[in-house]
Design a protein around this ligand. Structure first.
Ligand SMILES: C[S@@+](CC[C@H](N)C(=O)[O-])C[C@H]1O[C@@H](n2cnc3c(N)ncnc32)[C@H](O)[C@@H]1O
Length: 521
């Protein structure tokens, strides 16, 4: 099942359930009301029931003889393999979920090929645990590894550890420290996994390390760093305690101060929540969505996503569309459109009058946008262009009422949804991204009619990608000025400079930024 989110396609493989608007925080409820006069409601986290995802030994035993180990807990075996795939396969966790769905029937086969045996099939509870354990072990990696190193005899033992053994230890540490599972059961289960998947000696090692951990936890004497010393030392300690790269922590301390940096990291480490947008283009209102979900409780079972009656869309994304303020009859160009979350929302607001031209350099993602537009019945107002917008803007003579540049960015505002993103971003990326953002801004501005609007948005909370890019752009393009977002979104989200900005710390939603820039006549 394909769903648009900020940057990636999600497969909502269903360990998620629905919680209606009442469970939203105060501020996010406010956003929801605004986003489209109540067309959204909130899909809270993933720790709930799942649709039938039967798999495993039963269906395949006829083909060939399988090695089945019924004693190894299936959620740990699958989690270990998924963690291996994420870390060493270079895959994103979210994409992996997508792959996982397509290949779910084969996942136990994959486990078998990786570990050399199969477990019993996963039930609903196992699937929820896999989601929790995999997401948590990725988010908390730095913290867990710090403790694992501390409990190994020496650092070289850690450095030379087999990858699978390391994943098993991370799972055990996470389950004991963050999921508060009964410690000796966790020890026994992970020891068994290590013995069966690797060898008896690996099991003994897991046993020794996990038992030491249990004692340290019980005595409240985990070897964790203290936040003291100079700025650099404090940042390092916080990076370990809250499991983020040091460069991010240093940057946040500089921009938002130590307290908010800690709150931000806690948000990033929490379970993500997801929102739904009712697709009014199909005549489906928020009240319809709520009614259907109250009855069926589970958005996947309700089939609403498959039918194109709603889509997963964060509140912050909705605010960006509000800043563009699409009106029936408008001509709009979305310069970095795929996979189309904002394009589709803008198109639904046109009420079948006007047009959105969706440009993207990535052909595959653009195809997904086209398919979803058909499903949502907004394809009559959407045309797609596969191009580098920098080249397209040079050649194209058509100008638009409204231009949206939802620029490629660091994604630092959406780290709670992208468990592994923090480990894939480097400080050097920021400079490259800023250069690209400047180029894309220059190109997009060329497509704006005199008197038209250019909206620059990111899902970053980094001033270098946001306010600083706009300031630099306005210096290069004196024909543009800031048009305050205050007329388009609630004042709580409008900065002193007139930008729309959401912050996980302040608003308990994903971080995002949008600047509305007016071109003079
Ligand atoms: C932040 S994502 C866009 C998300 C999208 N607006 C949505 O709401 O679903 C950035 C997009 O920019 C595209 N992109 C990057 N460089 C580009 C370029 N030079 N020209 C056009 N698209 C580009 C990427 O392929 C990616 O799909």
């Amino acid at each position: 099942m394909k769903l648009e989110c900020l940057h990636s396609l999600y497969s909502i493989s269903p360990p998620w359930n629905l919680s209606l608007g009442s469970e939203l925080t105060k501020s996010s409820s406010k956003v929801l009301k605004h986003v489209e006069k109540g067309v959204t409601c909130c899909l809270k986290s993933k720790k709930t029931s799942v649709e039938d995802e039967k798999q495993g030994v039963g269906s395949t035993t006829k083909k060939k003889t399988r090695i089945i180990d019924l004693k190894v807990s299936p959620h740990r075996a699958v989690s270990a393999v998924r963690l291996m795939r994420i870390e060493y396969g270079g895959a994103f966790a979210d994409l992996l979920n997508k792959k996982g769905k397509g290949s779910r029937a084969n996942e136990m086969g994959y486990v078998e090929r990786t570990l050399g045996f199969r477990t019993r099939k996963l039930d609903d509870r196992d699937l929820r645990l896999v989601t929790d354990v995999v997401g948590g072990a990725i988010r908390w990696r730095r913290y867990l590894d710090h403790l694992i190193v501390s409990l190994c005899n020496d650092e070289s033992t850690f450095r030379s550890m087999e990858p699978l053994l390391l994943q098993i230890l991370r799972i055990g540490f996470y389950e004991i420290l963050k999921l508060d599972m009964p410690p000796y059961a966790v020890v026994d289960e992970n020891v068994r996994l290590a013995k069966v998947a690797l060898r008896p000696g690996a099991g003994n090692m897991v046993n020794g390390i996990l038992r030491r951990l249990v004692v340290l936890k019980e005595n409240d004497s985990l070897p964790l760093p203290k936040v003291e010393g100079n700025d650099r030392m404090q940042a390092r300690a916080l990076a370990t305690l809250y499991s983020h790269p040091v460069w991010m922590v240093r940057r946040w301390i500089k921009y938002i101060g130590i307290e908010d940096a800690i709150s931000l990291m806690m948000w990033n480490n929490s379970d993500p929540s997801f929102s739904l947008r009712a697709n009014t283009a199909k005549g489906f209102a928020r009240s319809d969505l709520v009614k259907r979900l109250e009855k069926l409780q589970n958005v996947i079972q309700a089939g609403l996503l498959k039918e194109g009656l709603c889509s997963v869309q964060d509140e912050s994304t909705g605010l960006v569309v509000s800043v563009v303020d699409p009106q029936p009859g408008d001509t709009i160009i979305d310069c970095c459109a795929a996979p189309g979350g904002k394009t589709l929302f803008m198109a639904s607001r046109l009420r079948h009058q006007g047009m959105v031209c969706a440009v993207d350099i990535n052909e595959g993602r653009l195809r997904i946008l086209e398919e979803t537009a058909k499903l949502h019945e907004v394809d009559d107002v959407i045309s797609t262009v596969h191009a580098d917008v920098r080249i397209y803007a040079e050649k194209n003579t058509v100008k638009y009422d409204k231009v949206l540049l939802d620029a490629p960015c660091s994604g630092l505002g959406v780290l709670s949804k992208r468990a592994d993103l923090r480990w894939n971003r480097r400080l050097e990326d920021m400079e490259q991204l800023k250069n690209l953002q400047d180029q894309l801004l220059d190109a997009s501005s060329n497509l704006v009619k005199p008197g038209g609007i250019l909206v620059y948005s990111t899902c970053s909370i980094d001033p270098g990608e946001n306010e600083e890019r706009v300031a630099a752009f306005l210096q290069r393009h004196t024909e543009f000025r800031i048009d305050s977002a205050s007329g388009y979104v609630p004042s709580d989200f409008v900065t002193e400079s007139g930008f729309c900005s959401t912050s996980p710390v302040k608003h308990a939603v994903d971080g995002s930024f949008a600047a509305r820039l007016l071109r003079s006549l």
